[in-house]
Design a protein around this ligand. Structure first.
Ligand code: IPE
Ligand code: IPE
Ligand code: MG
Length: 263
């Protein structure tokens, strides 16, 4: 039994069959939603919920490391979240900065490679410096690729990919006739990773909110009512078990897949 299977079995309880390692996703993407409502339910300010959300991030990262899921992409701050009250945006920045400082040693010790996707230029310079330093420090790690989407939007991502492709064309290095989905995909964020297999959104809303639009073309979508601060190992296990049961056909018929799998 692999480590991943052992952890699956332990968390799911003995009655539930462990998830075979080959049925686990290679890349999980999560819209971590519901911090504000979690705090409101407790009559506390929204930032209290964001702080509680950091704990759920830590638990999820640790689970992915243990399960040997090689890539995790978390939506931390969307390009639309600037529309929130300035005090909440400021509090999120401070929290982000503190969490980076506090967590980076342990992430590094656990072999986590941390990267950020999105446009960093709108962030305060000290935050940008810290982000850069963390990326450089963990660049050699390979257990888990942890990608934090901050000031990220899926449409921004497609636009920046098109802009970079256009620059290559202008420089004479790319033939416009050669631009297809594979070529443009090479300019998208996370192009070096497999596309997310499993897209999770907590907080009960059934929408994508401008997260990885391009990259989730064939992701399995999983929505849960659980608010992000309450999302723990068991919640992740439920999502993984649901994913493991799905038949991913990628345009083929079920009969074709069964024939390919053999007797
Ligand atoms: C998600 O939780 C965290 C961020 C967007 C930063 P929310 O803050 O959106 O929580 P709800 O949706 O208001 O409960
Ligand atoms: C999506 O959550 C963004 C993040 C989790 C960072 P939102 O709470 O901002 O999404 P909407 O506004 O409800 O669509
Ligand atoms: Mg929300």
């Amino acid at each position: 039994m692999t480590d991943a299977q052992n952890v699956s079995a332990a968390a799911a309880g003995t009655a539930v069959a462990p998830i075979p390692a080959e049925r686990l996703p290679r890349h999980v993407a999560i819209v971590m939603d519901g911090n504000g409502r979690w705090a409101e339910q407790r009559h506390r300010p929204r930032t209290f919920g964001h702080r509680a959300g950091v704990k759920a991030v830590r638990a999820t990262v640790e689970s992915c490391v243990r399960l040997r899921i090689p890539a995790l992409t978390l939506f931390a701050f969307s390009s639309e979240n600037w529309a929130r009250p300035p005090s909440e945006v400021r509090a999120l920045m401070v929290l982000f900065l503190k969490a980076l400082d506090r967590e980076v040693d342990q992430l590094h010790d656990n072999g986590v490679r941390l990267r950020f996707i999105g446009d960093p230029t709108a962030f305060p310079p000290d935050l940008q410096d810290r982000m850069r330093a963390t990326v450089e420090r963990t660049a050699g790690n390979s257990v888990l690729s942890l990608n934090v989407a901050s000031n990220y939007g899926g449409r921004w991502d497609i636009a920046q990919a098109a802009r970079r492709a256009a620059l290559e064309v202008a420089a004479g290095r790319l033939d416009p006739a050669a631009i297809d989905a594979r070529v443009l995909g090479g300019f998208m964020s996370l192009a070096d990773l497999p596309d997310p297999d499993l897209f999770i959104r907590t907080g009960g809303d059934h929408r994508v909110s401008n997260f990885l639009l391009w990259q989730i073309a064939y992701a399995e979508l999983y929505f849960t009512e659980v608010l992000w601060p309450d999302f723990d190992e068991r919640c992740l296990q439920r999502a993984l078990a649901d994913f493991a049961r799905r038949e991913r056909r990628f345009g083929k018929t079920g009969a074709q897949l069964r024939a390919e799998a053999g007797p």
